[in-house]
Design a protein around this ligand. Structure first.
Ligand code: NI
Length: 206
């Protein structure tokens, strides 16, 4: 093998490496670009689920596809945070007026043992008749909570006769294409939510 042969091989190797680096670079850039796509909060969020609605019917994520959604995870025995947050969603829907017709508010129970469809039906309709209330098997709830980045844990409280559940408190605002568009927390008011949501609904393009 001559020196020129070696040079030739080295050049080919370098070109190949450069090409691989370029492909990796563009793939990473593409990935980053979609991560920061305007108006989308997070990727790899949510996804398919199978649960039971408060009428006892099996439903999947497909039942709500094509709709804007406000999703909250909690449990009906929750003494303070859940009712406050569900009341906030109710108030937001009220403030949005006709625009709220585009939104399905969804409550998903983290306490399937106590939150039967009947219990959930009585609970969520107290807030807003448009609420969808969902429960499932412990495995289904575990999966959907994981996919929606919700932490929850059963806690025995000696001050209470029964257990309680520690859980994340996020109101997720999801667009008709299943993208997470906003996360509202305990400090956000219904007024703030309504203004922001109204602007997203009007300018519904991504
Ligand atoms: Ni709660």
């Amino acid at each position: 093998m001559t020196t020129s042969h070696l040079k030739h091989i080295a050049l080919i190797a370098i070109s190949a490496l450069a090409l691989v680096a370029l492909i990796v670079f563009f793939q990473m850039r593409g990935h980053n670009a979609s991560l920061t796509a305007p108006g989308i909060v997070a990727e790899n969020f949510g996804g398919p689920f199978t649960l039971t609605d408060y009428a006892g019917h099996t439903v999947t994520d497909k039942n709500y596809a094509g709709r804007w959604r406000l999703i909250y995870f909690g449990f009906t025995y929750c003494p303070a945070i859940c009712p406050t947050e569900l009341a906030k969603i109710t108030q937001t829907m009220k403030l949005l007026g006709d625009k709220a017709d585009q939104i399905t508010p969804i409550f998903i129970s983290l306490d399937p043992a106590r939150d039967t469809p009947d219990v959930i039906a009585g609970y969520v309709t107290m807030f807003d008749k448009r609420f969808v209330g969902l429960t499932g098997t412990p495995e289904q709830i575990k999966q959907v909570a994981k996919d929606y980045k919700i932490y929850y844990a059963k806690v025995e409280d000696p001050a209470l006769s029964d257990y309680t559940i520690d859980h994340s408190s996020f109101i997720y605002f999801i667009d008709p294409d299943d993208n997470l568009r906003a996360i509202y927390r305990i400090n956000d008011t219904a007024e703030t939510m309504a203004v922001e949501i109204a602007s997203r609904l009007e300018g519904a393009s991504p």
